[in-house]
Design a protein. Structure first.
Length: 603
């Protein structure tokens, strides 16, 4: 993790108590831009308010006739300077607010992304991808809109309100009666509006996440939807949730429709004009001051009219921040152990009475075995017996609930997570490829360190080079999302090449050659045997030929290792193992046959 990533990930960890505190902590990180915006906003609003005062002075000068002409020239020049300064400071304020808002959005996105990457697999198993995407995309956009234009215009509105009231007080303290009355009622109405809007904003954000998750699941599972003719069911589910989102949106609109300050402003302007006329008629106020007063009162339209929009943006932003914080604050079972053990592995693996459960469901129970450096351990058992889960404890996709998993005599939880995983490669049956070039997919484990010669050699060892060169773009061919443009066998060969390129000390093969024909697999196995010299391998397989050349075989049933030994030893003493293989002993050793795991008996 880079210094910048570490800062973003940890600097605000203790400011995640509430959405408001988290937002402020991020904004204060860019305090110079934020405070610069505030100062320029104060200056521009003061200058804009002074325009009404100068307009009033111009009226008084006109009423003086010939004597006021010299004043008019001075006022005109003053207004020109004020307008230029006001426009310049306002432009500067807008620029600084944009900088603050975009930097805040960037940092918040980065913090969320780093947080998600650091979560354990258990956490990700509980989450719906569509909901995470809604928070990472839509809620993040709400955060950006909350700052600009939300906070930007809201701050500007209140500064404008304050500035105009101060200038009214300077004209005549008697004129403060109606604007102060308006301000008090305006703030009370705004508080009431905000309290009604907040829960609806939260409901809107939550419902959008649910709707997005349903859409994401339908798109990702479109083959199943079409194969089972469930389009109507999926459509009905989506329409139902989209309707709920619409209803919350309408409810939000109704609350905005009951916004009182705009009506209040009209009444206030009428009362202010009557009050001003009364003071003029009694000789306590000049015509010019009345014009200036009404100009300043009309300026109150800005905070009154804009607040209905900007407060909605702020509420949506705070609601989005709450959902993002909830995701980041979710407990994770994974500790990256930044200061943990870092050393080149020899590859010794020890399971010491390991027990693991998904929630309350036990998956592995008191599993113990020892793999010496360079040994190949085959793992045999029925589907659902816990074979894949066992291998995922080695590279800490999950952590054991009880017992210990040791690599080179060190508990995997005491290893630095990056040092641990960088020396272990896993090839699973369900291959995930990124929507990138074939070269990038093969080089993924090394990133920038990979070179083309190494990529091509790994592809040749995995028997992938020939079919890659059959594409028009060769290694630069872009594969579809999740590698859908490749066949199952091609995807697995790319995954094998990716694992071989990383030169791992421990290799985990989870039924990784199931989609490859026997002839191709024979070539791949020869390459793997050469590459695996001196490396420890955990091999989950249904292939008899692979099991025969393993140094040790683990027989797993219902999450327990019921026996372990060589193929010949297990054939002599393990009844479960005998039932699996007895009718294959007569088959030629070179024949590649898949073992029907149901032969092992009930779970």
């Amino acid at each position: 993790m880079s210094k910048r990533e570490f800062t973003v990930a940890n600097e605000y960890h203790y400011n995640r108590i509430s959405p408001t505190r988290w937002i402020i902590s991020h904004l204060l990180r860019h305090k110079y831009a934020a405070f610069g915006f505030m100062i320029l906003s104060l200056s521009s609003n003061a200058l804009f308010s002074s325009i009404s005062v100068q307009t009033g002075r111009a009226f008084n000068a006109v009423l003086l006739g010939e004597a006021g002409r010299a004043q008019l020239v001075t006022i005109a020049l003053t207004l020109l300077v004020i307008v230029i300064l006001a426009g310049t400071t306002d432009l500067g304020a807008r620029l600084l607010s944009e900088i603050t808002g975009k930097r805040f959005a960037r940092d918040a996105r980065e913090e969320l992304y780093i947080s998600l990457l650091g979560k354990s697999q258990t956490f990700h198993n509980r989450q719906r991808v569509g909901d995470i995407m809604a928070r990472a995309a839509n809620d993040m956009s709400s955060l950006s809109d909350m700052v600009v234009p939300g906070f930007d215009i809201t701050f500007d509105s209140f500064v404008s309100l304050t500035s105009n009231i101060i200038f009214i007080g300077l004209l005549s303290p008697q004129l403060l009666l109606t604007p102060l009355f308006f301000t008090i009622v305006f703030l009370i109405a705004l508080r009431h509006y905000s309290r009604r809007l907040s829960p609806v904003s939260n409901q809107m954000r939550a419902q959008f996440g649910i709707t997005n998750a349903i859409l994401n699941e339908a798109v990702n599972g479109i083959e199943v939807v079409k194969a089972t003719a469930q389009e109507k069911q999926e459509l009905s589910k989506f329409v139902k949730n989209a309707t709920l989102y619409r209803d919350f949106f309408i409810k939000n609109g109704k609350i905005q429709g009951q916004y009182l300050p705009t009506l209040l402003l009209g009444i206030t302007l009428a009362l202010a004009f009557l009050h001003g006329l009364y003071l003029v008629s009694s000789g306590q106020l000049s015509i010019g001051s009345l014009v200036a007063f009404m100009g300043l009162m009309v300026n109150l339209r800005f905070p009154a009219y804009m607040s209905i929009w900007t407060f909605s943006l702020i509420q949506l932003g705070v609601a989005g921040a709450g959902r993002i914080l909830k995701l980041m604050k979710e407990e994770t079972d994974l500790d990256e152990n930044e200061q943990g053990h870092q050393k080149e592995m020899r590859g010794e693996i020890v399971f010491d009475n390991v027990t693991f459960s998904y929630g309350t469901t036990p998956i592995l129970k008191n599993v113990s075995f020892h793999a010496k450096p360079g040994e190949t351990i085959a793992i045999v058992g029925q589907t659902g017996s816990g074979k894949s889960t066992l291998t995922k404890l080695v590279n800490r996709i999950y952590d054991a609930n009880e017992g210990r998993v040791l690599i080179d005599g060190v508990d995997v939880r005491d290893w630095n997570l990056d040092a641990l995983r960088s020396q272990i490669s896993t090839i699973e049956q369900d291959i995930f490829l990124f929507s990138r070039s074939l070269a990038d997919n093969i080089a993924y484990g090394l990133g920038q360190k990979a070179n083309r010669a190494g990529i091509e050699q790994a592809a040749k060892d995995a028997q992938a080079h020939d079919f890659i060169m059959g594409f028009k773009e060769g290694y630069e061919t872009i594969v579809g999302e999740r590698g859908v443009t490749l066949s199952g066998g091609q995807r697995q060969r790319i995954a094998i090449a990716r694992a071989l390129l990383t030169d791992p000390h421990i290799l985990i093969l989870d039924d990784s050659t199931s989609a490859i024909d026997s002839a191709t697999e024979d070539e791949i196995q020869k390459a793997i045997k050469r590459v695996l010299l001196g490396r420890t391998t955990l091999l989950i397989t249904h292939r008899l030929s692979q099991i025969r050349w393993a140094d040790k075989v683990l027989v797993v049933r219902k999450g327990e290792v019921i026996d372990q030994g060589t193929h010949d030893e297990l054939m002599e003493r393990c009844e479960t193992y005998q039932r699996i293989f007895s009718h294959y002993e007569s088959a030629p050793a070179a024949t590649e046959q898949a073992i029907p795991m149901t032969a092992a008996g009930g779970e």
